[in-house]
Write a protein that binds this ligand. Structure first.
Ligand SMILES: [Ca+2]
Ligand SMILES: [Ca+2]
Length: 346
C-alpha cells in the first residue's frame, strides 16, 4: 500500500482584509447616495427658495480598489433632466474621514430648465461642483433601500463640511444662478454579505515524477508585500496537480507553493483584486521536506533504499519519482538537485 497524505482540507486565515472603514470602502464596488429633500437658494436678480423633491437612493459606479466613483447626473438629481457624467474624486484624510469633490465638465455649456414655483427657468450651466465630507463608522450590515438587499456597509455620517451639488449658470445671459442640492447621507454598499476576495488557481507541475499527485497537499503561502501576517492555505491536488485558493487579502503579495518532497516555488509579486492563474514547476529531491536538497536527504533515502510499496522500510517521500520503489533512479534525481534550496522563483 502506497502511503498517501490523508486528505484534510483546512484554510487558515491569519489576516483581516479590511482594517479600517476607509479600506473597507476602497475594496467595495459601489456607493449609494440619497439626495435629501432640501431647499435650494437662488441669488442674483431673483430671490426666493423652493424645494427639490427627495430622490431615491442612487448607486454610483465605483471601481473596486478605489474610492472614486462616477454617475450620470440624471440619476443623482433627476429634477435637472441633465445628462453628464459626475465624477466623485475621493481623498481620505484619516482612516475614517473621506472627502469627495464632484466635478462634471461635460455639463458645462448645457442648458437646464428648472420649474421654480410654477415658472420654468432656463439656465445655461457655467459651473457644476459638489462636495461630500463624510465620517465612516464601523462596519455593520444594513439594508439598501433601493433593493432591500442586506449589504456589508460602512455607515457614513456627515462631517462638518457641506454635502452638496451646486449648479451655477446664466439666466437671461448675465445672471449668476447658483442652485444647491444637498446630498446627505451617503451610504457605502459593499459586496453583499462578504468580503471581496481573489481566487488564485493553477497547476503545480511536480518534476521528475511518474506517480499520482491526487491527494497530495500543497501548502500555499501569501505574504503581503507591504508587511503583515502571512496567510497559509492548504490545497489538495488532483491528478493534474491543480490547486485553488481564495483570499480576502488585497494589494500585492508573494505566493509560494510547497508540496512534499519538492522544493518550494515562489512568485514574488502577485497583484490581488481579480481572479488570477499562477502555475508552478517544483523541483524534486527534498526527501525530508526542509526545503533544501542536502546530505540529510541522502541519509533518509539511504534508509529506505531498495524497498517497494508495501515494504516496512518503504518511504513515499524517498520514492522521488513515484514509481513505487526506492532505487538508484531516485538517487539520481536527488543528485541532480543537490545543494539546491527553495523557494525557487517561478
Ligand atoms: Ca531536505
Ligand atoms: Ca522510485
Amino acid at each position: 500500500m502506497r502511503m498517501r497524505f490523508v486528505g484534510v482540507s483546512a484554510v487558515l486565515l491569519t489576516s483581516s482584509a479590511w482594517s479600517t472603514p476607509v479600506d473597507d470602502m476602497r475594496n467595495g464596488v459601489d456607493c449609494t447616495f440619497a439626495l435629501n429633500e432640501s431647499p435650494y437658494v437662488i441669488s442674483g436678480s431673483t430671490t426666493g427658495s423652493g424645494t427639490v423633491p427627495a430622490s431615491p437612493w442612487t448607486s454610483l459606479a465605483k471601481p473596486a480598489g478605489s474610492l472614486n466613483a462616477s454617475v450620470d447626473i440624471y440619476a443623482l438629481v433627476p429634477d435637472l433632466n441633465l445628462h453628464a457624467t459626475a465624477f466623485f474624486t475621493a481623498s481620505a484624510s484619516t482612516s475614517t474621514t473621506v472627502k469627495w469633490t464632484i466635478t462634471a465638465p461635460g455639463a458645462i455649456g448645457q442648458t437646464v430648465t428648472f420649474n421654480y414655483q410654477g415658472t420654468d427657468i432656463s439656465v445655461k450651466i457655467s459651473a457644476i461642483t459638489g462636495e461630500l465630507n463624510l465620517i465612516a463608522g464601523s462596519v455593520s450590515p444594513e439594508v439598501d433601500p433601493t433593493n432591500s438587499t442586506v449589504y456589508r456597509n460602512v455607515s457614513l455620517a456627515p462631517d462638518t463640511g457641506a454635502n452638496f451639488l451646486q449648479v451655477k449658470g446664466y439666466l437671461g445671459g448675465i445672471v449668476i444662478f447658483p442652485v444647491t442640492f444637498r446630498i446627505d447621507p451617503a451610504r457605502y454598499v459593499g459586496l453583499a454579505g462578504n468580503a471581496p476576495t481573489t481566487t488564485i488557481s493553477g497547476k503545480i507541475n511536480l518534476s521528475d515524477f511518474v506517480g499520482d499527485s491526487t491527494g497530495r497537499i500543497a501548502t500555499l503561502t501569501l505574504t503581503p508585500s507591504g508587511g503583515g501576517s502571512p496567510e497559509t492555505h492548504y490545497s489538495i491536488l488532483d491528478a493534474a496537480g491543480n490547486y485553488t485558493l481564495t483570499t480576502p487579502l488585497t494589494g500585492s503579495v508573494s505566493l509560494s507553493a510547497k508540496v512534499g518532497h519538492w522544493l518550494s516555488g515562489i512568485y514574488t509579486v502577485v497583484q490581488l483584486g481579480s481572479s488570477t492563474t499562477r502555475d508552478f514547476t517544483l523541483e524534486n529531491g527534498d526527501v525530508d521536506a526542509d526545503d533544501g536538497v542536502t546530505v540529510f536527504d541522502y541519509l533518509e533515502l539511504s534508509n529506505a533504499f531498495d524497498t517497494n510499496t508495501g515494504d516496512g522500510g518503504y518511504s513515499d517521500s524517498a520514492d522521488l519519482d513515484g514509481d513505487g520503489s526506492v532505487t538508484v533512479f531516485d538517487y539520481l534525481i536527488l543528485n541532480s538537485k543537490f545543494d539546491t534550496f527553495g523557494p525557487i522563483e517561478q
